[in-house]
Write a protein that binds this ligand. Structure first.
Ligand SMILES: Cc1cc2nc3c(=O)[nH]c(=O)nc-3n(C[C@H](O)[C@H](O)[C@H](O)COP(=O)(O)OP(=O)(O)OC[C@H]3O[C@@H](n4cnc5c(N)ncnc54)[C@H](O)[C@@H]3O)c2cc1C
Length: 251
């Protein structure tokens, strides 16, 4: 590239506008964003940059929940009480508002169709977002690839994409399995769980699935990713097969 060529790809900032905002759970909204970004790979994220009238800028990363090629792209943003950027999308942002995005970003936490062996997806809270892009993409490009989504949330009402996931579980039951666990509220279905995702629960869920995962994706807070990844290794899954995306929070 010559020194004067404009930046392209992940390093360039693009104008973005909000098409609509849809409430998913009491603490999460989906923000549908139009921007002329390159097509993403399932699992990637974008950087979002907000600029205040006085020029102050704040930048955060958000995973893409929509399948590759689907427009507008969907971000699902959890409101953190003492947060700087996430409350903006809950309280201030409206359809038509503009900001900047950069991406798609990420070359490790991605799933491509050629990876056809069983995939295990483990999400905690908003960590389900990039996994949702994989769940949505799989039936279109690799319908025979078995996938299990293990999804931990505080309560049944805090399960992001809940209705769509239940529908997919029913419709794609030969190849897509869903294991839900809620940590602060009783379970709604006998097949779900109501305790923290520890080693014993992972073992139980994997035994019920009856397959050994070849590719594993774990996403959520630092604490969630750390404990789940170690438990999976203790359960015999090679660390080389585990890809992790950490959203932050206490180390
Ligand atoms: C690759 C990547 C993808 C991400 N994708 C998403 C996504 O799809 N949806 C989403 O909601 N968030 C996602 N995040 C987190 C997001 O980038 C922000 O960190 C989050 O929205 C908080 O920003 P904030 O400005 O509101 O809070 P901040 O002002 O940055 O932080 C407020 C307080 O919350 C703490 N904190 C920050 N993040 C977390 C966390 N995850 N859990 C617990 N405490 C935290 C901070 O330490 C601080 O004390 C992603 C992060 C990364 C690195």
């Amino acid at each position: 590239m010559s020194a004067t060529a404009p930046a392209v790809g992940p390093s360039r900032w693009y104008e973005a506008s909000i098409e609509r905002i849809v409430r998913q759970t009491p603490r999460v909204v989906s923000v549908f964003v139009r921007a002329s970004l390159p097509v993403h790979v399932a699992g990637q994220h974008v950087d979002v940059r907000l600029t205040a009238p006085d020029g102050y800028q704040a930048q955060r990363s958000y995973s893409i929940a929509s399948a590759p090629g689907v427009e507008p792209i969907e971000l699902a943003i959890e409101r953190l009480e003492d947060g700087e950027v996430s409350p903006y999308f809950h309280e201030v942002a409206r359809s038509g508002d503009a900001f900047e995005v950069r991406g798609p970003i990420g070359g490790h936490f991605i799933w491509r169709r050629e990876e056809s062996d069983p995939i295990l997806l483990v999400g905690g809270g908003s960590g389900v977002v990039p996994l949702m892009a994989m769940v949505r993409h799989r039936p279109a490009v690799a319908p025979d690839t078995p996938a299990l989504l293990v999804y931990s949330a505080r309560t049944w009402d805090e399960l992001i994409f809940r209705d769509e996931l239940l529908e997919r579980e029913a419709r794609e039951s030969n190849f897509f399995a869903l294991a839900i666990t809620t940590t602060r509220g009783g379970r709604e279905r006998p097949s779900d769980f109501d305790r923290r995702l520890d080693r014993a629960l992972l073992r139980e869920i994997l035994a019920r699935w009856g397959r050994f995962p070849r590719h594993v994706y774990v996403c959520g807070s630092n604490a969630f990713v750390g404990s789940v990844s170690s438990d999976l290794v203790l359960e015999g899954i090679s660390p080389a097969r585990i890809r992790a995306e950490r959203y932050g929070g206490a180390p």
